[in-house]
Ligand binder design. Structure first.
Ligand code: SF4
Length: 429
C-alpha cells in the first residue's frame, strides 16, 4: 500500500539535548488570544477583568470597533475596589448584568483574568459559577487567565479552550474533533478535504456558536491544529478522548502527514487519499518552491514565542532548504511536538524557556539570515542589521494546510527580499 508518511532524517531532534533556560522573557501575554478567539466564536464575549494597561493592550492590538458593538471589553478595577473583595465581586456582577442586559446575543461569557494583584485576589472561577447560575440557561459564564505572569500569548487560547472542556456534553459517538481556532477559510478547507475522504462526523472546538458546541467521550479522536494546546489536550484526554500523534499541518509535507494520520485512523485507503490530495499537494509544492528560491541555504534563529517554532523549523528546513541555528520554544511537550521533532534533522540548538540576554548573545554571535522573535526584540535586532520576522504574524495570518503553504513560506521570504532590496539600493547610492 502506498504510504504518505514523511521520510524522517537519519537522526531527528526528539532525543536531542534541550537547553533549558529560566530567565527574563520577552513575550506578549495571553490576552492577545482574544483577538482571534472573538472572531471565531460568534456569540461569545470576552470580559477582561483587568487594569487600564490591559484595556490599552486590547485597544491598540485589536483596534476596538467604535461604531459597532465589540465582543470583548475590560472591566477595570479601580483603586476603590481594593477596599474589599466583596465590593469587587459586586462591581463585577453589576458589570456583567449591564453587559448581558444590553447584549442578548451573548451566549458564552469569558471572564479573563489578568496580572494586577487585585485581580489575582478575586476568585474568578467562583464568580463564573455564581454568574452562570444567575444567567442560566441563556448564558454560560466561564473563566480563564490571560495574565502575563502566567501565560505567553498563545497560551491564552489554550487556557480558554481548556476552560470549555469540562463543560462539553458527554458523547459516545465515534467522531473526529479538530481542536484549535483556525480562521474560517482554513477550517472550511480542512472540513472539505476530510469530507471528500469520507471522514465523518467531524466537529470543531471552538465551535462558531454555543449551540454547535461538540460533545466529547471515549470514542472521540482528537486532531490538534495548533501545537500550543497542551492543557486543552490533557483535559480532553481526561474526558476519555484519544489524541492523534502527527506533525502539524504546516507546509505540504506537514499537511499531508497530518491528514494521512487522520485518514489511517478512519480507514481511508491510499487511493482515495491520493485522489483527494494529489491536486492540492501539487499546488502547495509549486507555491512553496517559488518562495523557497529566496529561503534556500539561509539560516534561521527562533526566539521562543508562539510555540509554533518546532513545526515551523521542520517546515522551513525540510521544504524550503533553510538551516536552523537555534529553535527556541516557551515549552516543549514531546507528546505534542514529538512527531515534528522526529522530522527535524539534528543540528540546531533546541532551547526551552528563555533568558533573553543570553539568547540575544547567541543570536548576535550566529548572525542568522533571519530571526523570528517578538515585537520587542525585532526593532533592536533590525537596527543591528539583522532581518526579523514577528512571531505574532504567524498566528494572525492563515498559514495552515495546502492552500496557505505558499503564503507561509512567503512570510519568511519577504523580510529577506526586503533586506536584499535595501542593501541593493544602499550599494547603488
Ligand atoms: S501583561 Fe498583565 S497587565 Fe499587561 S496587558 Fe497583559 S494581563 Fe494586562
Amino acid at each position: 500500500m502506498k504510504d504518505f508518511a514523511p521520510q524522517p532524517p537519519a537522526h531527528g531532534c526528539r532525543n536531542a539535548p534541550v537547553l533549558k533556560e529560566r530567565g527574563q522573557r520577552e513575550v506578549f501575554c495571553g490576552l492577545t488570544g482574544i483577538i482571534w478567539l472573538h472572531r471565531k466564536m460568534q456569540d461569545a464575549f470576552f470580559l477582561v477583568v483587568g487594569s487600564r494597561t490591559c484595556a490599552h493592550l486590547l485597544q491598540s492590538a485589536a483596534g476596538v470597533m467604535i461604531f459597532a458593538e465589540p465582543r470583548f471589553g475590560t472591566a477595570i478595577l479601580e483603586e476603590k475596589d481594593l477596599a474589599g473583595l466583596a465590593c469587587a465581586n459586586e462591581e463585577l456582577d453589576r458589570e456583567v448584568d449591564r453587559l448581558l442586559a444590553r447584549r442578548p446575543d451573548i451566549r458564552q461569557l469569558f471572564l479573563v483574568g489578568s496580572c494586577p494583584s487585585e485581580v489575582i485576589k478575586l476568585d474568578l472561577h467562583r464568580a463564573a459559577e455564581r454568574l452562570t447560575q444567575r444567567h442560566a440557561p441563556h448564558v454560560r459564564v466561564l473563566n480563564y487567565s490571560g495574565s502575563g505572569i502566567e501565560t505567553t500569548f498563545t497560551e491564552g487560547e489554550d487556557a480558554c479552550l481548556a476552560a470549555m472542556v469540562p463543560t462539553l456534553p458527554d458523547t459516545n459517538e465515534r467522531q473526529l474533533l479538530l481542536v484549535g481556532a483556525l480562521p474560517d477559510v482554513v477550517e472550511d478547507q480542512a472540513l472539505g478535504l476530510l469530507r471528500d475522504m469520507g471522514v465523518a462526523p467531524v466537529r470543531c472546538l471552538p465551535a462558531h456558536r454555543a449551540a454547535e458546541t461538540p460533545g466529547v467521550g471515549a470514542n472521540t479522536v482528537v486532531a490538534l491544529t495548533q501545537p500550543f494546546l497542551n492543557e486543552t489536550a490533557a483535559f480532553l484526554e481526561r474526558r476519555g478522548a484519544r489524541l492523534l500523534s502527527a506533525p502539524f499541518p504546516f507546509g505540504e509535507e506537514g499537511t499531508t502527514a497530518w491528514l494521512w494520520t487522520i485518514a489511517q485512523e478512519f480507514g481511508v485507503d491510499a487511493d482515495t487519499f491520493a485522489r483527494v490530495t494529489d491536486a492540492p499537494r501539487a499546488r502547495a509544492r509549486k507555491a512553496i518552491a517559488a518562495a523557497a528560491e529566496t529561503l534556500r541555504d539561509k539560516s534561521i534563529f527562533f526566539f521562543p514565542d508562539s510555540q509554533l517554532e518546532i513545526p515551523l523549523a521542520r517546515f522551513l528546513t525540510r521544504e524550503c532548504g533553510m538551516t536552523a541555528v537555534e529553535v527556541g520554544a516557551p515549552f516543549i511537550n514531546k507528546q505534542i511536538v514529538g512527531p515534528d521533532l522526529d522530522l527535524l534533522a539534528e543540528g540546531p540548538v533546541i532551547a526551552e524557556g528563555q533568558d533573553v540576554d543570553l539568547q540575544l548573545d547567541r543570536c548576535r554571535a550566529a548572525r542568522p539570515d533571519l530571526t523570528v522573535c517578538g515585537l520587542g526584540l525585532a526593532n533592536p535586532l533590525e537596527s543591528e542589521g539583522m532581518a526579523t520576522k514577528w512571531a505574532i504574524e504567524l498566528v494572525f495570518t492563515p498559514v495552515h494546510l495546502y492552500e496557505q503553504a505558499g503564503d507561509l513560506a512567503g512570510l519568511f521570504a519577504r523580510p529577506l527580499r526586503r533586506r536584499a532590496l535595501l542593501s541593493g539600493l544602499e550599494g547603488a547610492a
